[in-house]
Design a protein around this ligand. Sequence first.
Ligand code: ZN
Length: 304
Amino acid sequence: MDLPTSVEIVEVGPRDGLQNEATNVPTPEKISLIEALTAAGIGRLEATSFVSPRAIPQLADAEDVLSGLPSGNGVVYGGLIPNERGYERAKAAGVGEVVLVGAATESYCRANLNRSVDKVLDGFTPIAARGREDGIHVRANISTVFGDPFEGRPDRDQVLRVVSRVVESGIEDIVLSDTIGIANPRQVFDVFTLVREAHPDIDFGAHFHDTRGLAAANVLATLGAGITSFDASIGGLGGSPNAPGAGGNVATEDLAYMLAQMGIETGIDLDLLMDASDLLERLVGHPLKTRIDRSLLDDPSGAR
Ligand code: ZN
């Protein structure tokens, strides 16, 4: 099996995870969590979101989180942004990367972003240009590429059309998301193969949810399609408030464990990652949605 020797895990828990929690984690604890994650070897993460505090009160402290993080450590702290106003805030807060969100399907796009797919994509071009000017990396995350809670699967032409429009906007880093966790391994292999053939110079990443227990299988199929960047959320937190039936993101712990077992380098120390996981469990006050835990790592039968 032809697999990459190293893979980048992009941690999205502080944003995608915490925004779906009922508990509001205080700012200093968010900073401690992010520091625990970077101590474990996470080098790139979505630290927060610069959306309206009214829309997502859990992340209303975006500026304070960013200003409390250590700099000069080589870690790329990213922030999700909904528009140019969000870009202004993210830039002022000193992010290294901004993440724009689009969608492959109209129903989800209108429910989640209040605009049509094309209207949302229209907003990408000026931000891509500003990012280039300011030296801020711009990443696009396209939701519902593999299925929409209201209208089902977009066909290949629709996925290709949306991806092409993102490329035309000047963005060279595109994440395809299985927002509701409905993708299957054959589908993700086909879609990632298709977009890579159409756009060989673009960096593609994958964002999977584990709603139906297929995230690990989808990761494997995506590795087979040559993709080496995966979003993951510590504790398997996450979901989507506007996507009925969405389960949590693939857990960073599970993904890091699987890749380590396969001999694929991620730069992550599993013991230190478990420290971050334990901290998160205390902060959110409920059991995490991981399949691997510390007791399995310590298994004398040789799990490591
Ligand atoms: Zn997600």
